[in-house]
Design a protein around this ligand. Sequence first.
Ligand code: IPM
Ligand code: MG
Length: 356
Amino acid sequence: MKIAVLPGDGIGTEIVAQAVKVLEALDLNLEMEHALVGGAAFEAHGHPLPESTLKLAKESDAILFGAVGDWKYDKLDRPLRPEQAILGLRKNLGLFANFRPAICYEELVGASSLKPELVSGLDILIIRELTGDIYFGQPRGRRVSPDGAFAGADEAFDTMRYTRPEVERIARVAFEAARKRSKRVTSVDKANVLETFQFWKDIVIEVHKDYPDIALDHMYVDNAAMQLVKEPKRFDVVVTGNMFGDILSDEASMLTGSIGMLPSASLNTKNQGLYEPSHGSAPDIAGQGIANPLATILSAAMMLRFSLNQSEAADRIEAAVKTVLAQGLRTADIHSPGTQKVSTAQMGQAVIKALA
Ligand code: IPM
Ligand code: MG
C-alpha cells in the first residue's frame, strides 16, 4: 500500500508529521513517500504541482495532504498560486466526491460557539462535489503580475457549470451514503436564481427515483447557512456543489468546536483518495507547534477505511482520538478552562499512546 505524503505549506508540515507518526505506530507495512506541493513546491521547482509530485500522487493508493497557501503568494499569476496544486490534484485524479463529516465530540461540546444543546450529538456528513462548478468553469480576466492589478481590464468573470453525469454521480454517492446512515439527504442549491442549480435540483430528483428508501429534501444555500447555526441537528447527509460545499463545510466545522477537528476524504471512481484536514495552512500560527493535528490524524483514519481497506486500524485511530479528548488534552484552538493545553507534537504523541 503506497501513500503519497504531501505536507504542503504553513502548519501543513507540522500536522502531517503527526499523522505520519500515528500511521507508522500502527505497523501496517505502509510505504510512505514524501513530495513537495503548494508554495513549498513553487519555491523549489517554480510550480505548485510539479510533474514529479503529480506522478507520485497518481501511482499511489492514497494521498495524505496537509494544506497549501500563504498570503505571500497572493500576487503570483493564478496558475502559479499554491491553491492550484490542490485543485490540480483533484481534477487530474478525478476526485469528485468530497466527504466532510462534522461530528461534535461530547468532550468538545463546550468548545463550540453554539449552545451545547444545539450541537451535542451532532453528526452531519457534507458531501461536496469537487471537480465541477464555478471552480472549474471558464474564467475571464487575469490579474497581471507583478503589480497585482487587472491592467486595463474592465470586467472579470468565472463560469458556473455542471454537466448531467457530474450531478448524477454525486447524487448517487449521497444516496448511497445515506443508506448507511439515517436515510435522509438534503440537497443544497440556489435554484431560485441560478440555472446551474435548477439543473442540479432536477437531476437530484431524477436520481432519487432509484432510492425510494431515502428521504430527500431541498434547501436554498442561504437558508442552509442559516439552518446550520439555527438547528444543525436537522441535517444528516448534505449534498451540494463545489462552491456552496466549500463555504458550508467551513461553517459546519465550527459547530464541532474547531475547524482543527474536521477531516475530509476526496474519492474518485476507483476509490483512490486524497485525505486532508478541511482547514487551511494557517500561516499566522505556522512554525509555533500549536496547530491541532487531530483533523489530519482523523483524515488518515478515513484513508485507512476508504482507500486501504483497513477499517479496524481506522477504528483504532478514532477511538484513540476520543481517548485523548476524554483525558482532557487540548491544543490551543479547543482549549478551555479545566483542560490541559498541549502542543501539536504532544497531541500526536498522546494519540499514539492511546492506540495501545
Ligand atoms: C478547501 C479549500 C480549497 C477550496 C482551497 C485551498 C483551494 O478552501 O479545500 O475547502 O476552496 O476547495
Ligand atoms: Mg475551503
